[in-house]
Design a protein around this ligand. Sequence first.
Ligand SMILES: [Zn+2]
Ligand SMILES: [Zn+2]
Ligand SMILES: [Zn+2]
Length: 357
Amino acid sequence: MAEVCFMEDKLELKLKEHSHRRFNPLTKEWVLVSPHRTQRPWQGAVEAASSDQRPKYDPSCHLCPGNQRAGGVRNPRYESTFVFENDFAALKQDGPCGRVDLNGKGLMVAESEQGICRVMCFSPRHDLTLSSMSVEEIGKVVRTWVDQTQELRSTPGFSHVQIFENRGEMMGASNPHPHCQIWATSSIPQAPSRELQSQSEYRVKTGSCLLCDYAAVESIEKERLVCSNDGFVALVPFWALWPFEILLYSRRHWGSVAELNAVEVAALSAILKQVVSTYDRLFNTFFPYSMGFHQSPFDGQPHPEWHFHVHFYPPLLRSATVRKFMVGFEMLGTPQRDITPELAAEKLRAIVPVEQP
Ligand SMILES: [Zn+2]
Ligand SMILES: [Zn+2]
Ligand SMILES: [Zn+2]
């Protein structure tokens, strides 16, 4: 970028003091950072803290073992993880294939989309979460993700598997029973599609991997590090948009959980527990977030450019009740944050619990 300076005395840009914008090389989007606004008084709404006093079994829960779901089907008395097809799936596996361009000018284009939408309960226990389950129990969850990914990758007609968890009412999770969703889609969804293009272009230009190179810089600076183990690193990325956003990536370059070895299954389980426990300690609450895996597509092409990673997007800003909103300039212009990613990482790093089995 050309250096532009209209001031007579050139000021040095200090990322901890001056407003600036940061570039996200994965999405090619910018985020405004306004460190000087951190002391601004808060006059907005205060939301009630959500209580996580939950029973081990809830007779009214659609996901608990033996209970009837909203669609009328009864769950088996499962004892570990449990996967089923969503009774109200957003996508169907069958249906017409095609693409239309209504006026031939590319202004009103539509394409068919097929998919499989599954729900996966992490545990029969209604009251557990990734922070309160043992690493061994989370290991069963991770192995189910591996099995599901392998199975869906070999199902004809699909090119991507999205594993994601919505946690907490604030993120629209309709049921507190610990669960995630697994969607296989015929097309590569928008966010991973953009990241695919960025990683691919970076590889063509430099001959190396975007996230491997980013990880190398972060391993020296450590300013944004939250926690790490032999297999994985969790940090607040330089370009983080949400106040306490975390990017979790594998140390080794691989594309999909389908390629995980046994040691890495254990390492991923341990760091997931550590990250979610850290979040829960931050504001002493059942921390809401949307978490999702970004793994290599299987559209018939090799994807050596893809580096497996997990995004955590939590909405909370400064307490269990004060959340960030993406409105106004953020919706119409550029997303903005006040607390710097470095300060967010420092706050999180200070409360990472010691790893326990
Ligand atoms: Zn339940
Ligand atoms: Zn890599
Ligand atoms: Zn991603």
